[in-house]
Design a protein around this ligand. Structure first.
Ligand code: CMP
Length: 139
């Protein structure tokens, strides 16, 4: 068992999709270890996505992620980071496999409804960005 981070992005919360997306992910075998709804400011959004600084879509991305409320979840399952990436599908909804979250709900490469921590980019950094250890519950 290990942990990963999911963000349900502003395009999804605005369309009231948070429940449907969470149900789909939980049905795939994930347990919620921590969850909160919040609205990032641009500074926080820029810090979270700093790995993309310098890319042509960075300013757009920072504006987008701070354009409305998000739901952040720390999730647990066997092989969680890799498995969550499979369940959400490719970044571009047009390329995402049939039935994945982004295939079902994403509308563009930017407005792709969810973020899932990259397995090779330290999911714990992303978990710690949003949660203290006291806000995570395993029993
Ligand atoms: P995410 O998995 O959160 O990681 C970085 C985000 O940047 C990505 O999902 C998209 O929301 C966004 N993104 C990636 N590529 C592009 C692109 N070519 N144009 C606009 N946004 C992008």
């Amino acid at each position: 068992m290990n942990r990963t981070l999911l963000i349900i992005k502003p395009d999804a919360t605005k369309r009231n999709l948070a429940g449907a997306i969470l149900k789909q992910i939980i049905d795939e075998g994930f347990t919620i270890v921590g969850m909160k709804m919040l609205w990032l400011n641009k500074e926080q959004g820029g810090e979270f996505y700093k790995i993309h600084k310098g890319k042509d879509f960075y300013d757009w991305l920072v504006n987008f992620i701070s354009s409305g409320p998000i739901v952040v979840c720390c999730l647990k399952s066997p092989n969680a980071p890799k498995k969550l990436r499979e369940v959400v599908g490719a970044t571009d909804p047009k390329k995402a496999a049939q039935g994945t979250v982004r295939n079902l709900y994403g509308t563009s490469v930017g407005e792709n409804v969810v973020h899932a921590a990259a397995p090779d980019e330290d999911p714990q950094r992303e978990i710690s960005f949003f949660f203290t250890e006291k806000e995570l519950f395993e029993y």
